[in-house]
Ligand binder design. Structure first.
Ligand code: SDX
Length: 379
């Protein structure tokens, strides 16, 4: 006998899956990946090591990490047809529309696309994670009329991405900043895009379909699209003097201030805390301290106005200043989120398949019953 169904709008109070990938304590502002606090990982780990942790639920030894790094680098390149798709993509396409489309296309060139064995899904997870930076960086070059840059398998993922994006090797500091951003965005419980991916793979569809679903879901401004909106907001505010009137006017209109609030955190998002420190350093180093100062002023006003409601900066607020400071265009910010989160999405898909049950909730029917059909002549 199953329990009586309960309507839980937005599933805010519903546990829909078990996971060992990440743990969030929203009241205390704690995030752990497989038991390791996000702050310790951001300080000590690398993105490739974090990927191994999420996929294997333990930290690698040196040989295992080298093996994963080699597997990823061997898959950086794209099928020639996908290179051509980049060249054929409208230069005016939003990068998230492009990403959703080209990641989906990768499935057509993968002979294992519909093989849901753990081994095949591991290899597809490597391909998806490795190829997405190549797609994003080269679309940005394509839309700017620059020659495409092939990936360099001697570089780690963050360095390789920036090398393709800018056509030049980044500084160690800038590459490190991106690597930390990738660590911080890798996984986050059953957020909307991860849930969407799990729903898709629970039907025994394929990993490419699940990741395409997740990219489309992440795009929304209430989710991963918020970082781009934060940058739009900072540009719209323009000056320090305009911060207070701008924010207070929007709060009075009950507008959502992008980069603040969270379904789970009712305390400071620990990722935002780390990114704030990072943003200050990288913004100062790159002459963008005005953005950082404007951001902290927004934070001060929001703290006074809405912190009592449990509304604090989330991961998207300071990532905007960080990405801008390392030279990434604002409409690419959510692609950066996706590049990182493919590691978490694939981890969850592999978990879902290991103990699968089709995800199919109920809906409360609120329409009429028992109507008689009326022929057209009588309508
Ligand atoms: C991400 O889920 C995840 O884990 C996501 C993520 C991940 O790593 O995957 O952490 C990444 O998506 C972070 C969130 C990025 N989104 C934004 O920054 C968009 C702005 N934030 C809001 O839209 C909102 O906070 C949500 C969508 C994130 C959460 O909304 P909820 O849980 O549905 O809460 P709600 O919209 O019902 O708001 C509750 C109250 C309301 O006030 P009252 O009507 O009760 O008086 O809080 C207020 C809201 O008005 N509120 C805000 C606010 N967020 C909530 N008020 C002003 N600004 C905001 N940002």
């Amino acid at each position: 006998m199953t329990a009586a169904p309960v309507f839980d709008k937005g599933l805010a109070n519903t546990i829909a899956a078990e996971t060992q990938a990440s743990f969030i304590d929203g009241a205390k502002g704690v995030l752990e990946y497989v038991g390791y606090d996000i702050d310790s990982l951001a300080r000590n780990s690398t993105f490739e090591e974090t990927v191994f942790l999420l996929w294997n639920r333990r930290l690698p030894n040196a040989a295992e990490l080298a093996t994963l790094a080699a597997e990823l680098r061997a898959e950086y390149d794209l099928p020639e047809a996908v290179w051509q798709m980049i060249r054929d993509t409208p230069r005016t396409a939003h990068p998230m529309h492009m990403l959703r489309t080209l990641v989906s296309s990768l499935g057509m060139f993968d002979r294992e696309a519909d093989d849901n064995s753990p081994e095949a899904n591991w290899r597809k997870s490597v391909r998806l994670l490795a190829k997405t930076p190549t797609i994003v960086a080269n679309f940005d070059r394509h839309r700017k009329g620059k020659p495409l840059v092939r990936p360099d398998a001697t570089m780690d993922m963050a360095t390789n991405f920036l090398n393709m994006l800018n056509g030049a090797r980044p500084t160690v500091a800038v590459a490190k900043a991106l690597d930390v951003c990738l660590i911080l965005h890798a996984d986050h419980g059953l957020n909307a895009s991860t849930f969407a991916a799990r729903v898709t793979i629970s039907t025994l569809s394929d990993m490419y379909s699940a990741i395409t679903t997740a990219i489309g879901t992440l795009k929304g401004p209430l989710h991963g699209g918020a970082n781009e909106e934060v940058m739009h907001m900072l540009n719209e505010i323009g000056t320090m003097d305009n911060v207070e009137p701008y924010i207070k006017e929007r709060l009075a209109r009950k507008d959502r201030i992008m980069g603040f609030g969270h379904r789970v955190y009712k305390a400071y998002d620990p990722r935002a805390g780390y990114l704030k420190t990072f943003a200050k350093q990288i913004a100062t180093d790159t002459g963008n301290q005005g953005l950082y100062e404007m951001s902290t002023k927004i934070e001060d006003i929001m703290k006074a106005e809405v912190a009592a409601k449990g509304i604090y900066p989330n991961v998207d607020f300071f990532s905007a200043t960080t990405y801008h400071s390392i030279g990434i265009d604002l409409d690419i910010f959510t692609c950066m989120f996706a590049i990182s989160r493919i590691s978490g999405w694939t981890a969850h898909c592999m978990e879902q398949l290991a103990a699968n049950r089709l995800i199919r909730p109920m809906a409360e029917y609120t329409g009429p019953h028992g109507l008689s059909y009326v022929v057209m002549s009588a309508r």
